[in-house]
Design a protein around this ligand. Sequence first.
Ligand SMILES: NC(=O)c1ccc[n+]([C@@H]2O[C@H](COP(=O)([O-])OP(=O)(O)OC[C@H]3O[C@@H](n4cnc5c(N)ncnc54)[C@H](OP(=O)(O)O)[C@@H]3O)[C@@H](O)[C@H]2O)c1
Length: 243
Amino acid sequence: MPLLRVHNLAMSLDGYVAGPHQGLENPLGVGGERLHEWAFATPSFHGGEGRAGDAAGERGVDDDVVRRGETGIGATLMGRNMFSPVRGPWPDESWRGWWGPNPPFHHPVVVLTHHPRPSLTMEGGTTFRFVDDPDRALDLAFDAADGQDVRLGGGARTVQLYLRAGRVDELHLALVPIFLGAGERLFDDLDGGPTGFTCAELVSSATVTHVRLVRTGPDGPAAPDGSAGRDAAAARDAGGDAS
Ligand SMILES: NC(=O)c1ccc[n+]([C@@H]2O[C@H](COP(=O)([O-])OP(=O)(O)OC[C@H]3O[C@@H](n4cnc5c(N)ncnc54)[C@H](OP(=O)(O)O)[C@@H]3O)[C@@H](O)[C@H]2O)c1
């Protein structure tokens, strides 16, 4: 059963995944770029393929997790503020995302917004579709993923929304040892916090600690071996692929 997976969601020690005052000059909010320096430093972030025969771990923990976030993903779902600094009704259709004509997704992307607009077809296989209902957005993303997993890209409010709904299967946080002091907090508005998650992996590089949580509560889909509850990632890893 395809999964809804969050990967490489970088969070400060005080719980922010973006700085305040997002705008054209600060897509990640003021100071938010510091959350991603570890990822920017990896070859995989820049599309590096690595050397033939590179084994897991050879290029470092951070590179491994960045790569894993792309594996077995057939579509991405994101909030409107991850797509755009524009708020409210779109003044026109000129904004086509932060990423230029050839965005790094190379698959269908569903953008959750109260202000739907016509879909966009970009170079390199990325499409953006704008949807105003969270359940429909998720259904469309899974349809578009065509049997593969869906990556829930962010930002904070969109991840919260699907956490509240109990729809997130895997949550990988990169804990960055900085304080932002203000911005978008991940674990707010959750009525007591996310429940039903187990830590499946805890590893650190020199710069960041990776926490991978998987949904193991009774609501979680059964593991392929039929056992109750599951460690989705462990089951997938055992099969050697995330799809
Ligand atoms: N640290 C990381 O790894 C990471 C990852 C991803 C993003 N980010 C950053 O996070 C920031 C964005 O996060 P955010 O929390 O401000 O926003 P967000 O989650 O990206 O988007 C929130 C927006 O989604 C739309 N939305 C939410 N619920 C909806 C619903 N039920 N129905 C229809 N539309 C709905 C609303 O847009 P409208 O009402 O305006 O349509 C809402 O303002 C950006 O700075 C981004 O760069 C960080």
